[in-house]
Design a binder for this molecule. Structure first.
Ligand code: DX5
Ligand code: ZN
Length: 217
C-alpha cells in the first residue's frame, strides 16, 4: 500500500522536521487534515500552513477537507500546491460539482465517506473520481479506535471498482496500524492514512517502514 502519514498527530512546533522524517522513510503521500470546527467538532489548520510546508517537501500533498463549505477551499488549495483534494460527500449538496471544480483546478478529486454513509451513494461518481477515502473512524480527531464495520464497505467498493474496470485509489483513514492496514488491504484498500501510529511513536520512520512491510511494499 501507499502510506500517507497524517500530520495531525505530528509535532506542530516541528512540522518540517517531522515531514522530512516520513519522507526519507519512504512515505508516498502527506495527509493534510483541514478542519473548520463546524463540519467536525475540531479545528486544525488551513491553507497558509499548507502553503508554507509545500516548498520543503516532494511528497504528494493529499488534503482531507473536513469543512462545511468545501467549494471555498478548492482554488486556494490548488494554488498552494496540493495535488489531491478530498471532499466529504456529507459536506455538500453538490458533490458532483465539487469533483468538477477540483478537476478544473488541476487536482485529483477524492470523495470521502463517513462511517455511517453507504457505498451506494458513490454509484454515479465512481467513473469520475481519482480516489475514494473511506473513513474508518468518525472524522475530527486522531487516535481513535478503528471501526471494524467499515471493512465490509471497503470490500463493496473494491468489488464495484473491479466490475467497472476502474483504477481509482481506495484510501482508509482512522485507527490504521500494522494490523488494521493489513485487514483493509485484504479488502482492496490501496492507500493507508496513519496519524498517531506514525507520529506518536519513538520512531515515525520505523512505523512508516513497518506499514510498508506488512502491506507488501
Ligand atoms: C481524523 C483524520 C485523520 C487522523 C487519523 O479526522 O481524518 O486523518 O489524522 O488519525 P489516526 O491515524 O491517529 O486515527
Ligand atoms: Zn484525514
Amino acid at each position: 500500500m501507499k502510506i500517507a502519514p497524517s500530520i495531525l498527530s505530528a509535532d506542530f512546533a516541528n512540522l518540517q522536521r517531522d515531514i522530512k522524517i516520513v519522507e526519507d522513510a519512504g512515505a508516498e503521500y502527506l495527509h493534510l487534515d483541514v478542519m473548520d470546527g463546524h463540519f467536525v467538532p475540531n479545528l486544525s489548520f488551513g491553507v497558509p500552513l499548507i502553503k508554507a510546508l509545500r516548498p520543503n517537501s516532494s511528497l504528494i500533498f493529499d488534503c482531507h477537507l473536513m469543512v462545511s463549505r468545501p467549494e471555498d477551499y478548492i482554488s486556494p488549495l490548488a494554488e498552494a500546491g496540493v495535488q489531491i483534494i478530498g471532499v466529504h460527500y456529507e459536506a455538500t449538496p453538490h458533490i458532483y460539482r465539487m469533483v468538477q471544480l477540483i478537476h478544473q483546478a488541476g487536482c485529483k478529486a477524492e470523495v470521502v465517506l463517513n462511517p455511517g454513509t453507504p457505498i451506494s451513494v458513490l454509484q454515479e461518481l465512481l467513473p469520475v473520481v481519482d480516489a475514494v477515502l473511506i473513513m474508518t473512524v468518525n472524522p475530527g480527531f486522531g487516535g481513535q479506535k478503528f471501526i471494524p464495520e467499515t471493512l465490509d464497505k471497503i470490500a463493496q467498493l473494491a468489488t464495484l471498482k473491479k466490475a467497472q474496470g476502474l483504477t481509482f485509489e481506495i484510501e482508509v483513514d482512522g485507527g490504521i496500524d500494522e494490523k488494521t492496514s493489513v485487514l483493509c488491504q485484504a479488502r482492496g484498500a490501496t492507500v493507508a492514512v496513519a496519524g498517531s501510529f506514525v507520529f506518536e511513536s519513538q520512531s515515525p520512520a520505523a512505523q512508516v517502514k513497518l506499514l510498508h512491510k506488512v502491506t507488501g511494499e
